[in-house]
Write a protein that binds this ligand. Structure first.
Ligand code: PNS
Length: 162
């Protein structure tokens, strides 16, 4: 059985992520979306919220599951006996950022990183840009699933009322 890990912060999971996950799920028997916890970075959403949102977003993809990890990514792959990482690429900037990580991960644990291109519709979409635009009142509904958009709107209206 071929399994791959699609790691990321997913704060929040965007339609760009969803596009890459869908393509990756078609390439492997099983795909694990692993929410990587960065203890030094407080996200907009808790890790549990991110996981719940992704699970709901990917419920229609039968071979996709969602997990969490804190620490070195290759230790997660070792623990799970998985040898492949999948990353989405939006541009050459992403490629330049990803190549050293892919090389490091290969050296640390002999894991392969497979890159999948995103759809041009999502080439400008990142979680951080979506959060910035949303916080300043812009419409980010084209970049998120309806339920994640609702969740984000609720979160922001809660923040404004405190
Ligand atoms: O969505 P992001 O924030 O771009 O994802 C980056 C992530 C979490 C995949 C990357 O930072 C990572 O793999 N972190 C885990 C810690 C680790 O293994 N660092 C060394 C990478 S070579």
């Amino acid at each position: 059985m071929t399994t791959a890990v699609c790691p990321g912060s997913f704060d929040p999971f965007t339609l760009g992520h969803r596009y890459v996950v869908e393509r990756a799920a078609a390439c492997f028997d099983e795909l694990v979306i692993t929410v990587v916890v960065n203890p030094n970075k407080r996200g907009m959403f808790s890790v549990d919220e991110r996981i719940a949102l992704i699970r709901e977003d990917c419920a229609d993809l039968g071979n996709v599951r969602v997990d969490r990890w804190e620490g070195l990514l290759v230790d997660y792959l070792r623990q799970e006996s998985i040898h492949t990482i999948v990353k989405g690429l939006r541009s050459a900037v992403d490629f330049d950022y990803e190549v050293p990580m892919a090389q490091m991960n290969r050296e640390l644990a002999d894991v392969e990183t497979v890159f999948l291109l995103t759809d041009p519709r999502f080439a400008h979409v990142s979680s951080s840009l979506v959060k910035e635009v949303a916080k300043l009142g812009g419409d980010v509904s084209p970049f998120l699933s309806a339920h994640i958009h609702e969740h984000l709107a609720r979160q922001l209206s809660g923040e404004r009322s405190v």
